[in-house]
Design a protein around this ligand. Sequence first.
Ligand SMILES: *Cc1c(COP(=O)(O)O)cnc(C)c1O
Length: 364
Amino acid sequence: MARPLYAQINLSALRSNLARVRELAPRTQVLAVVKANAYGHGLFRVLPALEAADGLALVEPEAAFELRERRYTRRILMLEGFFAESELPEFAQRRLATVVHDHEQIRMLEAATLARPLEVFVKVNTGMNRLGFRPTDVADVCRRLSSSPSVAALRLMMHFARADEDDGIAEPLAVLESACKGLPYPRSLANSAGVVRFPEVGGDIIRPGIMLYGATPFPFDSADMLGLKPVMTLRSALIAVQELKANESVGYGAMYTASRPHRVGVIAGGYADGYPRHAPNGTPVLVCGRKVRLAGRPSMDMLTVDLSDVPDACVGSPVVLWGEGLPVDDVASAAATLGYELLCAVAPRVPYVTSEVGGIDLEL
Ligand SMILES: *Cc1c(COP(=O)(O)O)cnc(C)c1O
């Protein structure tokens, strides 16, 4: 008998979300962003559902190397580029495309002798001030790189800091335009928010991440409104039921006190599984397909919920912590974080089950 908590990964939902990306941005190349182990879904678990993507983008060299070892043949873009000169031959040997975002990386490329030149994405800092060259340096950077024998082809890339806001792209786009004036290279601009909100400016190569996994990049538009389906459903079950009397409390710190007698369900799942510890009373949870509220502070291994509205719930009743029927974004907003963080934070001790369709896997 296994602990009832597991993450179910629905590959058909992922295929459907990728199709939605294609629908929104029909004439672009799609690099599916799979950093952080495919946003916590498992890179090699989801790979079969990403066949329709033109390539992948990530930040971890080890994962990229393993993709090539496992015979992934399409494009792979390293979003933070290489970190040391010694990685360059390994990138070249494995045909990894790389971001170049600072002068030190240019120096390393110029110093290297590579078996095969690299496809390089020149990152332009359009105001996010994280990675990238100053707009006024871009033309010179491209000139230097295009004459380096280590470089096979150039692309221009930028990242929006506020693509989820209506006025978030005009200024960075203008900066990009002036930085790249006359440069004939293909461009890669949009992440998920950009793909959804500004598909016309996404450029030639788009880089959707979160939307592929069925969560929203926006604070207000839900994934459902965007036509996206949840890929991960974190499922569990009730492992105990308590009868609370009025004025009795539940859990550490007695953060929840019953104002009237009611039942409390105890769920296998806690912060050591990746559930946010700071989720407050009232955070939504599904029990028997019905929405109930967290009652008491999440502990390492358990959560407690108010069962007043689910009289038939008992030990063994099915629970959804997020996913089908309960958007991860709803749990995230209750806990003052993002769907991104919750998905990426599912802990190593949680077992995964892959299914081609949604719904409860009857074999479990
Ligand atoms: C993570 C990342 C993306 C994907 O962003 P989403 O908001 O998940 O779509 C795109 N581009 C870069 C450079 C990234 O680091």
